[in-house]
Design a binder for this molecule. Structure first.
Ligand code: OSB
Ligand code: MG
Length: 367
């Protein structure tokens, strides 16, 4: 098969509720979706870049430009549709991992649909469903938080992750433990702390958390190694782990005992599998992160979360966690588990009418 071109789309979808983290509040999903058209099939990709460079340096408008001006044109000379050729073709461009990951995802989906092979199979997944965790917004009051967590537990979620920041950490964890006892519980600081906060972070040790995710800056791998010497709670890195090599370095330095894997953050699902493999070789448990994906990225994450080293529940939630109407048929939990899609490629496709209704911009890039 040969690549005919890539369609770039920008979508806007309302979220069911504001999603607040230590770096900002999101009320709508503004996202770039790609459609790869080959001589044999079509494939879908989703870029996890957000509209503002707050979680990472990439952002939606930059992704549109990077894909249009550099990444898509770099696929012009691909001899045939083969996912393994995508990252090498893009490698001379620095960074922009989320954009690269989206393009690789679209090409891989098209390739796999042409072959009739599910993404889970191509990745080496072993599970047919994965335990679902949910990432819980910072809220205005502890009462609201307890109500929200209660509703997620009633939905069947197997693990709760509280977003934290200074002023919303020990109090939030204590309120959830008080209300729900011994549930599987972890926290995510999205870089909101420094080593000066070690005494406050140590107060979290008494709550038996599964882990604390990315307490300090993306670049501060050594700082996390130092912090780890003061905490019983395992440190998990998210933002800092930008590649399999970064994972190897962080493990060697003692900066983390757990790793969050997001394909967008590391430049694609192939690199995500390599992060998984490096961690597994070091007996470091991993889990699949989320980036408020539509059904496309959510389906891909369910496949990734089914790898054998994914030893903790991921941020693999139902479509309804974020969307009243997803662009794909909704991905739903079954008894607290997310079924891994079984169809070719991602196993899901956007509904054409819904897709059109949320599209704010479309462009076709011929190859
Ligand atoms: O740090 O894990 C994060 C969402 C957006 C940006 C960063 C993060 C998150 C989440 C996961 O917490 C949300 C989800 O379930 O998709
Ligand atoms: Mg995180």
């Amino acid at each position: 098969a040969t690549l005919k071109g890539i369609e770039l789309r920008r979508l806007r979808l309302p979220l069911v509720a504001p999603f607040r983290t230590s770096f900002g509040t999101q009320t709508t999903k503004d996202v770039v979706i790609l459609r790869a058209v080959t001589s044999e099939a079509e494939g879908w990709g989703e870029c996890v870049a957000a509209p503002h460079p707050l979680y990472a340096s990439e952002y939606v408008e930059a992704a549109m430009t990077t894909l249009r001006e550099f990444l898509v044109p770099a696929l012009r000379d691909l001899p045939h549709v083969d996912v393994n050729l995508v990252a090498p073709a893009l490698a001379r461009f620095r960074g922009h991992r989320m954009s690269k990951a989206a393009l690789e995802m679209a090409v891989w989906d098209a390739e796999l649909r042409g072959l009739g092979v599910p993404l889970s199979r191509a990745l080496g997944a072993v599970a047919t469903s994965v335990p679902a965790g949910v990432s819980v917004s910072i809220m205005d009051t502890l009462d609201e938080l307890v109500t929200a967590v209660g509703a997620y537990l009633a939905d069947g979620y197997r693990r709760i992750k509280l977003k934290i920041e200074p002023g919303w950490d020990v109090s939030a964890v204590a309120a959830v433990r008080e209300a729900f006892g011994d549930v599987a519980l972890q926290v995510d600081a999205n870089t909101a702390y420094t080593l000066a906060d070690v005494d406050q972070l140590r107060r979290l040790d008494e709550f038996g958390l599964l882990l604390i995710e990315q307490p300090m800056a993306e670049e501060d791998v050594l700082g996390h190694a130092e912090l780890a010497r003061h905490l019983r709670t395992p440190i998990c890195l998210d933002e800092s782990i930008t590649s399999a090599r970064a994972a190897a370095d962080a493990i060697r330095l003692g900066a983390c005992r757990v790793v969050n894997i997001k394909a967008g953050r590391v430049g694609g699902y192939l690199e995500a599998r390599r992060v998984h493999d490096v961690c597994r070789a070091h007996d470091v448990p991993v889990w699949c992160g989320g980036m408020v994906e539509t059904g496309l990225g959510r389906a891909a994450n369910a496949a990734l979360a089914a790898l054998p080293g994914m030893l903790l529940p991921g941020d693999v939630s139902a479509s309804s966690r974020f969307y009243r109407q997803d662009i794909t048929p909704p991905l739903e939990l079954q008894g607290g588990f997310m079924p891994v899609p079984t169809g070719p490629g991602l196993g899901v496709e956007p509904d054409p009418e819904i897709l059109e209704s949320v599209t704010v911009h479309t462009e076709w890039l011929p190859l």
